[in-house]
Design a protein around this ligand. Sequence first.
Ligand code: F0G
Length: 392
Amino acid sequence: MSNPRLFKEEVKLRCIHCGYTMDADPWTFTCPRCGSLLEVEMPTNIKFSWDVARKRRFGLWRYRELLPIGDNIEPVTMHEGGTPLLRLRRVENGNAYLKFEGTNPTGSFKDRGMSVGVTIAKHLGVRGVIVASTGNTAASAAAYSARAGLECVVVLPKGKVAKGKLAQALLHGAHVTEVEGVFDQALERVFAEAVLKGNKDLYPLNSYNPWRLEGQKTLAFEIVDELGESPDVVIVPVGNAGNISAIWKGFKEMYTYGFVKRLPRMIGVQAEGAAPLVKTWQAKSSELIAVENPSTVASAIRIGKPVNWLKAMKAVEESKGAFIAVSDKEILEALRYLAINEGIGVEPASAASLAGCWKALEEGIVAKDELSVLIATGHALKDPDTIINRFS
Ligand code: F0G
């Protein structure tokens, strides 16, 4: 049999800045004309039936026709996605659901992106994958590459990764390199090694890789699948800003295909000490206002120069949403609140979505009766030290 097509026919890559469009290529991450990031452009004539899809297991590959991966490619999967959409019961949260991504195989939403990204890497026949990470991407890349029989190289900010995540990366046999500084320095290192030098034995799977984000857009598909329509608002913790961009893309595709009649407003939440997008948005700046030494208890989103900043700005602008900053105190209050009042254990970055929801309700950015979905991105066990230090 001939080698199956990696991507579906008619899938393209499109520059988010200048609109230049090119054929699908797993190794092109920036626009050859202007250097900006790319996004995957799906064909509009897809064949997708909810009735057929719903006979499949609830999860990422239920929507396989809506993913760019070729029909005959065997996915690297651990049944990621299919995460619970839980109603928050109390009036102080408005009319909210929480999508608990902590139930993914490695405990965070990153598994969605890694299932797609590692499927591509395996097909390419590379030696392994490489990522910079605040922890969850590393844990997920390590597990999925182990499953695919690939090596995994992770570059981490020294001393700044929560224990659960570091343990997972080590457990699954990743090669760990530590760099001084924060995530931004780790990402610069990976970008320089893996992308600028054109090195092709390790496939880079940070979120400047638009193919990985295709896995993450299924968060939107699952919300639509369960609610039957877009909610009014989606609230997402933002670090490197890939996820908010991917979720928005997912809703836009649902709209383009005619599966929903309206689009949600996207609200991105950052920690006050690591809020480059809040600053950029408030200043209406056309350049990123980076934060040099980002600091927050939410180590997952301790990022000062989000690579997907332009995609995220567009998501918030196009959807008429907002960026909100919350303090560490508010994040920890929300974390504790979810644990005590709802029985849901999340890591600090994930609690930023509830802290952001409270602030949005207080400031009238979201009305009490509007339907919100909060993305709780990772499990409490990811960061045991913070919980033991703050709550014992
Ligand atoms: N929440 C958690 C738990 C995360 O791990 C991350 C990102 C985010 C939110 C923000 O998502 O970067 O797409 O805006 N973690 C990355 C990592 C940076 O390396 O694990 P984003």
